[in-house]
Write a protein that binds this ligand. Structure first.
Ligand code: F6R
Length: 610
């Protein structure tokens, strides 16, 4: 989704804004622009397409000034074009915005009736004119912004500069994310932490309904109503290097290879191998609460939703607690039954996905307890939750989630073991075996990554022209099949379906012929024999079979046109190893086809619109 950056200090603003935008590219965008205070007033430069177009336009224009704002736009209202790109100027102000103004049509009509000329199709330009109208009425910049936002319904994070107050950037937010960065002699803002990491790791998260005035020597936060808010910066432990490619061709590949480290960091200090238990006060439940939970509801979107399906299987089997998974967008507004006694676990890499955030808020309002599983410290979902159980995967830049998915699996499994031990549904022996196995997983993945990548790179040429691909799995391999299909769809634009293997004969088998590769997840678990029967059924329809098999499983491998081996594990741990070849398959097909792996078309890393 759109990305915002802002800078006020003593350095030239344009290069800092461009660098920040580059670090936000992964959020997804189709045009970009900056506004800088020059001596004669505010100047804007905007360009459609990739940031290199903006960079060229900037070098031709040579903006000079030490205060400015920048934006990458992911089109919602109005097609990608220079006139629709942000910043939007009205009178002395320029505005960048992330979010959606719901009552923009009504406001547009009112402004036009009042003589304002609106050049673009965007909802954002309306905000700039609303602010201008308040300035004309004689208000200062902050008051004008407050009064303008009072007229607006919807989600926004905005950054504003004004010719009348040239040493300030003013920001405000409701629902969309915004973080401030503070360093000596400069203050920054951005939609996301990685944009600011090269400059500072002292950061402040703005809350909904707050406005902040940024000046070179610091910031002042207040509510939209004008009440001052005191908030100290917190130190973010991510380093700028974590958000670099480190020699890999794409962020996605780097992040796939980082999975052993992401998993190790997420497990660190949380596995009590001697006590056969999980150590975490972070889930925010007492021993009694753990026993009293009536039901768990797992809320998420996309890849995070796939992690929750595995989470459901673990929670039910180990903690014997009734569990449902809910797509956050479907949970909202349908009057779902939720209330006291329910533990709602909201799972989100970014911690900002609007559907997950709003669904969790709805559940909280009805009396459920909310536990956030998120990767971004201090993001919106953890902030509204009763407790937060963070994953420690480090910043994830590739739009297609990989290492964060792995870390989410780890947290969901740890939560299941923790609850199971408190509810008396898992013996010390069982827990000990599982924990020992889990602790070994980073090593097992690491050992096989390079070879798996090589095997898959060699095989994709044969299959990459397929127009449809089917992924099949049973039990814990079912959500991995869903995830494998999603990864392939989003980065290689190949149509793919993930299916419960047992469901194949209830419909998708009709699609099979010699043109359709079927990727069958067949680890040696309790479902193995039945999955092999499904594999045979697909083979009998001449489908090309790619097996994900346990190492040394010659019997299944003999039935496959191609196969990848995964390390044998405790059967409950198979998702950690089976998903890796699926991620690499999607990556290699996309790379073979030459698509934009890290920024696939139409997708955004953080989805802040409903
Ligand atoms: C796919 C992907 C998305 C996200 C989804 C939810 O690779 O990354 O499907 O999983 O947009 O995002 P978060 O986890 O940030 O809530």
């Amino acid at each position: 989704m759109c990305g915002i950056v802002g800078y006020v200090g003593d350095e030239q603003a344009a290069p800092i804004l461009l660098d920040g935008l580059r670090r936000l590219e992964y959020r997804g965008y189709d045009s970009a622009g900056v506004a800088v205070h020059e001596e004669g007033g505010i100047e804007i430069v905007r360009a459609v397409g990739k940031l290199r177009n903006l960079e060229t336009a900037l070098s031709e224009r040579g903006l000079r000034g030490t205060v400015g704002i920048g934006h990458t736009r992911w089109a919602t209202h109005g097609r990608p074009s220079e006139v629709n790109a942000h910043p939007h100027i009205a009178g002395p102000v320029a505005v960048v915005h992330n979010g959606i103004i719901e009552n923009h049509l009504e406001l547009r009509a009112e402004l036009e009736a009042g003589g304002f000329t609106i050049a673009s199709d965007t909802d954002t330009e309306i905000v700039s004119h609303l602010i201008h109208r308040e300035i004309i009425a004689g208000h200062d910049m902050v008051t004008s912004i407050r009064r303008a936002l009072d007229q607006v319904d919807g989600a926004y994070a905005i950054a504003v500069v004004s010719e009348n107050e040239p040493r300030k950037v003013v920001v405000a937010k409701s629902s969309s994310p915004l973080v401030l960065g503070v360093s000596r002699g400069a203050t920054y803002c951005a939609s996301d932490i990685p944009a600011l990491l090269p400059y500072t790791n002292e950061m402040v998260f703005l809350e909904d309904g707050e406005v902040a005035v940024l000046e070179p020597d610091g910031f002042a936060i207040s509510t939209l109503e004008g009440t001052p808010v005191s908030r100290r910066p917190r130190k973010i432990s991510w380093s700028p290097v974590m958000a670099e490619k480190a020699g890999f061709k794409h962020f996605m590949l780097k992040e796939i290879f980082e999975q052993p480290r992401a998993l190790e960091d997420t497990l660190r200090g949380r596995l009590d191998r001697e006590g056969a238990d999980v150590v975490t006060a972070e889930v925010g439940l007492s021993e009694d609460d753990a026993k009293a939970i009536r039901r768990v509801i797992l809320l998420a979107c996309g890849t995070s939703h796939h992690a929750t399906i595995a989470g459901r299987y673990w929670l039910e089997e180990f903690a014997q607690v009734p569990t449902i998974t809910e797509l956050a967008s479907e949970f909202r507004g349908r009057d779902a039954v939720v209330g006291e006694g329910d533990l709602v676990v909201a799972v989100s890499q970014s911690g900002e996905t609007i559907d997950t955030l709003m669904a969790a808020k709805e559940a909280k309002a009805r009396g459920a307890k909310i536990l956030a599983i998120a990767n971004v410290n201090g993001s919106a979902i953890p902030r509204m939750a009763d407790a937060s159980f963070y994953t420690h995967a480090g910043p994830e830049i590739g739009v297609a989630s990989t290492k964060c998915f792995m870390a989410q699996l780890a947290n969901l499994l740890m939560l299941s073991i923790w609850l199971a031990r408190r509810r008396g549904t898992m013996s010390e022996g069982e827990a000990g075996e599982l924990i020992e196995g889990l602790a070994r997983i980073p090593h097992l993945i690491d050992e096989n990554l390079k070879a798996t990548h090589e095997t898959i790179s060699e095989m994709v040429g044969e299959f990459s022209s397929a127009r449809d691909v089917l992924f099949l799995g049973r039990g814990l391999s079912y959500p991995m099949a869903l995830e494998g299909a999603l990864k392939l769809k989003e980065i290689s634009y190949v149509h793919a379906e993930g299916y419960a293997a047992g469901e194949m004969k209830h419909g998708p088998i009709a699609l099979l012929d010699s043109e359709v590769p079927v990727i069958v997840l067949a680890p040696q678990d309790r479902h193995y024999e039945r999955v092999c029967s499904n594999l045979q059924e697909a083979r009998a329809r001449e489908a090309k079979i790619i097996g994900v098999t346990s190492a040394g499983d010659a019997q299944t491998q003999a039935l496959c046109d191609a196969y990848v081996e995964v390390a044998p594990t405790h059967e409950a741990l198979s998702p950690f190893v089976t998903v890796v070849p699926l991620q690499l398959y999607a990556y290699c097909v996309a790379d073979y086809k030459g698509t934009d792996v890290d920024q696939p078309r139409n997708l955004a890393k953080t989805v802040t619109v409903e």
